[in-house]
Design a protein. Structure first.
Length: 78
């Protein structure tokens, strides 16, 4: 289950269980998606107002947290 919050025009999507792909419907096309606490790029696709975020490949040294993961989605709210 994905939980959402926002700060100004930035949307945050949080997951309590690691998912390889997160799908979010009815958002505008984002300009950037990042996994908080992770240094690296996060791949995403956007089609027909549906955003699909592909989780980055992490290992025990690069995983930002053990309990929940938050994606910062810039540009998805206008």
């Amino acid at each position: 289950m994905v939980y959402f919050t926002q700060k100004e025009k930035t949307l945050f999507a949080m997951e309590r269980k690691w998912q390889d792909v997160i799908t979010i419907a009815n958002v505008d096309k984002p300009t950037k998606v990042k996994l908080l606490g992770f240094e690296g790029d996060v791949r995403f696709t956007y089609k027909n107002k549906v955003l699909s975020i592909t989780a980055p490949q992490v290992n025990p040294n690069t995983v930002p947290c053990q309990f929940a993961w938050a994606y910062e989605i810039t540009g998805a709210l206008k």
